[in-house]
Design a protein around this ligand. Structure first.
Ligand code: SF4
Length: 204
């Protein structure tokens, strides 16, 4: 097969093409987020911060930077702009009165609702996959995210596979092989979560 870019000797052809595919999806997401955030007068980083703050009681600046994978200085500049725009505010953290937490203002809540739809274009394409393809894709994504998380290269995702309630393959050969100890119920591969509000980190 003729590739437009040379394949490095150390990389398998399929690995290389998966990499290129992920890169292209990343670029599409980035360009869409620029367009949509731009229409609201926000940078993509500011749009991501608004989304991060939805349904939280406040997030500390260091956690904002960690979740977005940006430096503390970049997060601080973006938060300062959002404060100027009246979309976020700095308050005392309910969990630790000495710490400052960043929360959405009512206008910020409204703006977050609008920016939250920017990835919808990808949702329609994911929906083109068959049920079986979705399960395989989800499992692959979880594996990649877990590895990147272990290497400290991605913000921590609240996934079943890192949760203390998760009991993998408790029911072998079943259509619902896994068990969630929180709700005390079995579930299938297709129900594995990449983000879960009830997640409790498993101690390793
Ligand atoms: S609590 Fe949430 S993350 Fe943990 S196993 Fe149950 S569904 Fe998965």
């Amino acid at each position: 097969m003729n590739n437009s870019a040379p394949l490095p000797d150390s990389v398998n052809e399929i690995d290389y093409h998966i990499l290129i595919g992920l890169e292209k999806i990343g670029m599409a997401l980035k360009s869409q987020s620029w367009q949509d955030a731009g229409q609201q007068g926000l940078t993509p980083t500011q749009g991501q911060i608004l989304n991060l703050l939805v349904n939280t009681e406040g997030v500390r600046l260091s956690a904002v930077a960690k979740n977005l994978g940006v430096t503390a200085a970049t997060a601080s500049d973006a938060v300062a702009s959002l404060v100027d725009k009246g979309l976020v505010q700095k308050t005392r953290s309910p969990a630790d009165g000495r710490a400052i937490a960043i929360t959405l203002t009512p206008s910020g809540q409204q703006a977050a609702g609008q920016t939250a739809t920017w990835s919808d274009f990808l949702l329609t394409t994911v929906d083109e996959l068959t049920a079986a393809e979705k399960v395989i894709f989800l499992r692959g994504l979880i594996k990649i995210i877990k590895k990147l998380q272990e290497q400290g290269k991605i913000s921590v995702a609240k996934m079943c596979v890192t949760c203390s309630f998760f009991q993998p393959d408790r029911y072998p050969n079943s259509e619902q092989p896994h068990h969630c100890g929180l709700v005390d119920a079995p579930f299938a591969d297709g129900n594995l979560r990449i983000t879960c509000a009830e997640h409790v980190s498993a101690k390793h």
